[in-house]
Design a binder for this molecule. Structure first.
Ligand SMILES: [Zn+2]
Length: 244
């Protein structure tokens, strides 16, 4: 290979490595490279926010709400518009019980995030769905896979939505390890100001969530024993839950 060819090849490799690094960075829960991506509150107070993605998904969302209500804990639900259309009464119950409804896209489809205008439609359509079901327009958005490409962040700003990340309660929660393992992992990861991410659904497809539901009551007890109190994501971050 000529010297020029070697330089061109090295440059191309460098550019693709940079592209891959940028790609992966857009999915990291704590990366702030593309803009503010809050994953916790800066506080010394023992306060934690439970959040649930990918619902509503029955009967699991209702069971979860029963558990939270029984323990008098308010949580934040980042729901998928298409799932809310399937189970509108579950979405209404979230709001009516004093929990917070956040937006987690319309279809939870990966390809929608690759380009505009699909990604933009995911945001505006889901906002319309949540407003028509509850009378509230969410002000919090958690992107599917925590994908926060620059154009996602820019669309969210245009819709007056605040992006929210968090800490995955268990790296394999999606395949439902035993509830005790989920409780153990979530308790271990909790610090003052943590936003814990659980899933009461999977993408927009539903699926069994028994272990997640069973993990929550024991987790609340354990964290309360350690002196924690529970709050919603908006209150934890000091921002609005809904558009005025
Ligand atoms: Zn999701």
């Amino acid at each position: 290979m000529s010297r020029l060819g070697a330089v061109a090849r090295a440059t191309a490799l460098g550019v693709s490595a940079l592209g891959a690094a940028a790609y992966l960075t857009a999915f990291r829960p704590r990366s702030q490279v593309f803009g503010s991506f809050p994953y916790a509150a800066q506080t010394a107070e023992k306060v934690v926010a439970l959040s649930f993605d990918d619902g509503p998904n029955e009967p699991f969302t209702s069971r979860l709400l029963d558990t939270l209500d029984k323990h008098n804990v308010k949580a934040t639900f980042f729901q998928v518009g298409r799932c809310a259309q399937r189970f509108p009464s579950s979405t209404r119950r979230v709001v009516q019980s004093g929990h917070v409804l956040g937006n987690h896209s319309y279809s939870h489809s990966f390809t929608s995030y690759l380009k505009q205008p699909r990604q933009e439609i995911e945001i505006s359509l889901s906002q319309e769905v949540f407003y028509s079901i509850t009378g509230f327009t969410p002000a919090l958005y958690r992107p599917p896979w925590l994908c926060h490409w620059p154009w996602v962040l820019s669309s969210l700003r245009q819709h007056q939505l605040r992006v929210v990340s968090g800490t995955f309660a268990h790296p394999l929660e999606i395949i439902q390890p035993a509830a005790a393992k989920l409780t153990e992992s979530a308790a271990r990861l909790t610090r003052p100001g943590t936003i814990l991410i659980f899933h009461d659904g999977q993408d927009a497809r539903g699926g069994p969530r028994e272990q997640t539901v069973a993990a929550i009551g024991p987790l609340i007890d354990r964290l309360r024993d350690r002196g924690y109190r529970f709050t919603t994501v908006d209150k934890l971050l000091g921002i609005s839950a809904y558009a005025s």
